[in-house]
Design a binder for this molecule. Sequence first.
Ligand code: FES
Length: 243
Amino acid sequence: MTKTFICKTQDVPENGMRGFDLNGKRILILRSDNQVFASDGICPHQEVLLEEGLFDGKVLTCHSHLWQWDVCNGDAIGLAETPLDTYQVSVVDDSVYIEQRSILELCAIFSGLAPDLLARIESAGQYVNFSAGEAIYAEGVLAKDIYILDTGRVEFIVDRGDRIIYSGYVHNRGEMFGWATLMESNATRLAKATCTEAARVLKIPGESLQQLFDEVPTAGLLVTRRLWIEAVRQLAGAKHGNQ
Ligand code: FES
């Protein structure tokens, strides 16, 4: 868990709400009496800003199609078809913080690894922002890094000359892609990765990850085994763009 400063309590109107940008992600802070809540600031239905909606002190309503959520826990109410991601909030001396899980804790491939190893893996990489339409890597180039999605959406396209093959996408926080470098040396990209909306990713050099796995071989074996299972699953589905 990481604790991140968002704003001062007085930055948000009493019994109201306000959105804030956090590294390219919109966070909504809501105040109700003496309580402070936090949720994703974008509607999970059609990417509308939730700060433009209504808040009655307990229920948040998106103005676009009237989906509603309980701000205490993000539970869907009424017409809403999916819950809203909420965050644990702490207020210290009028400063509002949210607790965020590390994206590595959300990444299935790294599930169960020791927290200190996850922290070392995260610090071996760097967060990179991409604009909508920008390519993260091209097909055929040497695969040196792996990527884990923080925000946004990334799509994979294979160019066969006479036809373009759509090879899938990632859009959930913690989804990994571009992991061919962990499977074989001198691997090349099997698809072009393009951001279909502004995205933020954690980019980790495969070499650094391999060094960490050499130090902790049990973790390396576990991750490699999971990657092979994922590779077989993708090949069985004739999808291989995420590598
Ligand atoms: S965009 Fe929010 S409910 Fe449809």
